[in-house]
Design a protein around this ligand. Structure first.
Ligand SMILES: [Mn+2]
Length: 310
């Protein structure tokens, strides 16, 4: 069996939407470990990283709210992610808000000496900086930080070097970029495949981009914000999306990535169990983790056909 390390990151300080801090345990209550075992993944659970409660903290800089605690949590998450990958395990990280990707990608990058690519599913850009942010919430900034842009305290978390070479990012499913993010994408020639691209050209150009990345970069991290998926299929996202990827689209893309890329780890973020319906978002998350890692687990397919909503 393929060995994997599970890390829970119940971080909710990067966002306003409360509820995502119970995501990691909700996945466990859904028997994620046992279900992945049926998909040939032997999962060792590191438990949750401890996060100080919001009410015990001061937000600090209004353009980088809760930065000190977010950085502390992410450096611990990076350490555990690096150790898992160096030990030959796949890393599976459950969120928590998306700012935890600052830690996952930093740790994965360190484990493979910076030779990493990221396939990033999100309706949003997550590429604001402390200068362009409208909310001050770090879950909208960490992706820029990983490429070395924005506030040094974020960009230099877990070491000063650039964690993700900008040409190794493939952002998928965007439908809601801020103008500052569009400017950064154009200026730095970042690779995106938006919902508009998908609907106007179908999957083939995306698969070509995945092939190109896989041929050039030997290690891939996948970051899945559940808000990239339509709320019909993923109602339990922090910000449910009325115009996201369908089940067939995300499942097909995940299977393709699992087949073509050497995926060293996956994070699934912004899961809010309080908004889920019959646990279907969690089940979809489990299925997609398996697919991204080149395995097969498809309770969700059965659920959708049983309920005739697919
Ligand atoms: Mn996100």
């Amino acid at each position: 069996m393929t060995q994997a390390t599970l890390i829970g990151a119940p971080l909710d300080l990067g966002a306003e939407n409360l509820g995502v801090d119970i995501g990691p345990n909700a996945f466990r209550y859904q028997h994620l470990i046992q279900k992945l075992a049926t998909a040939d993944l032997e999962v060792h659970d590191n438990g949750n990283i401890s996060v100080t409660e919001r009410k015990k903290l001061q937000p600090g800089n209004p353009r980088l709210k809760y930065a000190a605690e977010i950085i502390r949590v992410n450096e611990e998450l990076a350490r555990q992610t690096e150790e898992a990958i160096r030990g030959g395990n796949k890393a599976i990280v459950l969120g928590g808000d998306h700012s935890l990707t600052l830690g996952t990608v930093s740790g994965a990058s360190a484990a493979v000496d910076g030779n990493i690519g990221v396939i990033y599913f999100d309706a949003h850009g997550d590429m604001n900086t402390d200068e362009t942010t409208l909310s001050g919430n770090i879950h909208g900034m960490h992706l820029a930080s990983l490429m070395g842009f924005g506030a040094p305290e974020l960009a230099h978390a877990y070491g000063e070097r650039v964690k993700l070479p900008k040409e190794n990012l493939l952002h998928v499913g965007g439908s809601d970029f801020d103008q500052a993010e569009i400017d950064l994408i154009e200026r730095e020639k970042l690779q995106t495949f938006t919902l508009f691209d998908l609907l106007t050209s179908n999957l083939a150009p995306l698969l070509a981009k995945i092939d190109e990345l896989a041929s050039r970069v030997p290690n891939i991290w996948v970051s899945l914000d559940l808000d990239s998926i339509d709320r019909v299929y993923a109602p339990g996202a922090g910000m449910p999306n009325p115009k996201g990827l369908t089940y067939r689209e995300i499942a097909t893309i995940a299977e393709y990535i699992g087949r073509e890329c050497n995926v060293v780890g996956v994070d699934v973020v912004e899961y809010n169990p309080l908004q889920d319906e019959q646990n279907k978002t969690a089940e979809l998350g489990i299925e997609l983790i398996a697919k991204f890692l080149g395995k097969e687990y498809s309770w969700y397919t059965g659920y959708m056909s049983r309920n005739q909503v697919g």
